[in-house]
Design a protein around this ligand. Structure first.
Ligand SMILES: Nc1nc2c(c(=O)[nH]1)N[C@H]1C(S)=C(S)[C@@H](COP(=O)(O)O)O[C@H]1N2
Ligand SMILES: [Mo]
Length: 424
């Protein structure tokens, strides 16, 4: 009877140790892959590999459910063992909230199409926030609790004596040394903990503060306008619907995305061309371009990574009107968009391009679009994710064959429709 119980308890301790180990490796992989995925620098460097990394991140994130569920099955028992150990209980709860929060928000981000933009938006914030809180804690935990710093009796996962040799936590020599003179061991541990904590605070602190700043108070319209490096004259004069904006002013903030340096334009280096399979090709300079008849629309703007800006009042040229001006030839099937950054492109089918809300936008909420946000002219495709919204748009080409855009070459879905879109 006693033996059976010992075997049972032995198996249980072993299980906890292996759950902890699997969990640690998974979280390490997820942290590294996650940081590579968000880093703008790595985005470009990874190229096509980014797609694989994203899928691996999602797949291993789902695998993380295994140790979590497995632990939850053993939790009642572990909980009894932690009786009286308040800090360790708090620790377990913290880790569970962290892991479950990561998994749930990760699933929403993975299934952003089903979840819709608002849910994806919150999930992104939660996923990031948990990373910012959780990662430093985990790094601290891994460094300060490495085996040689640990005294066996203080471990929260205590294998039975028989397992001690198998999951060796502290070498024999160290163990006896610790037993003989515990004082220096403590102070060294204490010192290392403080050092690691300070190191993390110094290295991660500033980035964290910047992230909070960016998430909670992204630059507003006024700040972007102040930083606008475009110098195009004359300023376009807003239509009555634009100023004040009939949408009441955009809600939310744009995150500046670019795959190149942010370009700036003036009258000497800016022009707008529509060419390819058209009856009449046009090239306008700025003075000519601002004279073309504009219209106003209010629409939401959704980035596929989860953030949105609602109720934008855009003023510009409906793409369908531009296409009609140029006269689309019979053979044309696709519309290709070029950015003045010289790198970014995307395309729409003719039917998509002719949707009434697809706009070559010149103004946002009654003001010229600043260069950080793609001004003087950007494409707006309210029913699709914003990677279709080519910034610094300066050329539209009618083509016969398909064109795979910048992010689509790098794995974004060719199908950029929002869940709510009326597909054409
Ligand atoms: N030229 C160019 N256009 C672009 C991008 C880019 O990197 N370069 N990013 C796209 C993506 S993924 C998004 S979400 C929006 C972001 O627009 P914003 O930078 O004005 O917020 O621009 C889209 N158009
Ligand atoms: Mo995006």
């Amino acid at each position: 009877m006693g033996k059976a119980l010992a075997r049972l308890r032995k198996g249980y301790g072993k299980k906890l140790v292996s759950i902890h180990m699997w969990n640690a490796w998974l979280v390490l992989f997820l942290a590294v892959s996650g940081l590579l995925l968000v880093g703008g620098f790595w985005r470009e460097l990874l190229g096509e590999g980014r797609v694989w990394l994203k899928w691996a991140h999602i797949a291993f994130g789902l695998v993380l459910l295994v140790p979590v569920i497995y632990y939850l099955l053993l939790a009642a028992k572990h909980w009894k063992r932690l009786k009286g150990k308040g800090p360790q209980k708090a620790n377990v709860i913290f880790v569970l909230i962290l892991l479950i929060g990561w998994i749930v928000s990760g699933i929403v981000l993975w299934q952003f199409r089903l979840a819709g933009p608002r849910a994806a938006n919150s999930a992104l914030l939660i996923h990031d926030l948990l990373t910012w809180v959780g990662l430093p804690v985990i790094i601290y935990h891994s460094i300060t609790r490495v085996k040689w710093l640990k005294e066996p009796k203080k471990r929260s996962i205590v294998p039975e004596p028989g397992l001690e040799s198998k999951y060796k936590i502290i070498g024999e020599s160290q163990k006896s040394a610790a037993a003989q003179e515990p004082q220096p061991m403590y102070s060294r541990r204490g010192f290392i903990k403080v050092a690691v904590g300070a190191g993390l605070a110094v290295t991660l602190g500033p980035t964290f503060v910047r992230w909070i700043g960016r998430s909670l108070q992204l630059p507003g319209a006024a700040e972007y306008a102040a930083g606008n490096a475009n110098a195009l004259l004359p300023d376009p004069v807003p239509l009555p619907d634009s100023a004040p904006p009939i949408g009441g002013g955009a809600e939310g903030s744009f995150r500046v995305y670019t795959v190149t340096d942010i370009p700036a334009f003036d009258n000497s280096n800016w022009s707008f061309t529509i060419d390819g399979l058209v009856d009449q090709k046009f090239t306008w300079n700025w003075e000519e371009f601002v004279k073309l008849q504009r219209e106003v629309q209010v629409s939401d703007f959704h980035c596929v990574t989860g953030w949105s800006v609602y109720k934008n009042t855009w003023e510009g040229l409906p793409l369908a009107k531009l296409l009609d001006m140029a006269g689309v030839r019979e053979q044309a099937t696709m519309v290709k968009f070029y950015s003045g950054d010289g790198v970014y492109t995307d395309s729409l089918t003719l039917a998509q391009a002719r949707m009434e809300d697809v706009m070559v936008a010149v103004m946002h909420d009654g003001k010229p679009i600043p260069n950080q946000l793609g001004g003087p002219v950007r494409l707006v495709t309210p029913q699709m994710y914003a990677y279709k919204s080519v910034k610094w748009l300066n050329r539209i080409e009618l083509i016969e064959e398909d064109h795979v855009g910048y992010w689509e070459q790098r794995g974004y879905d060719k199908d950029a429709w929002l869940p709510s879109a009326k597909r054409v």
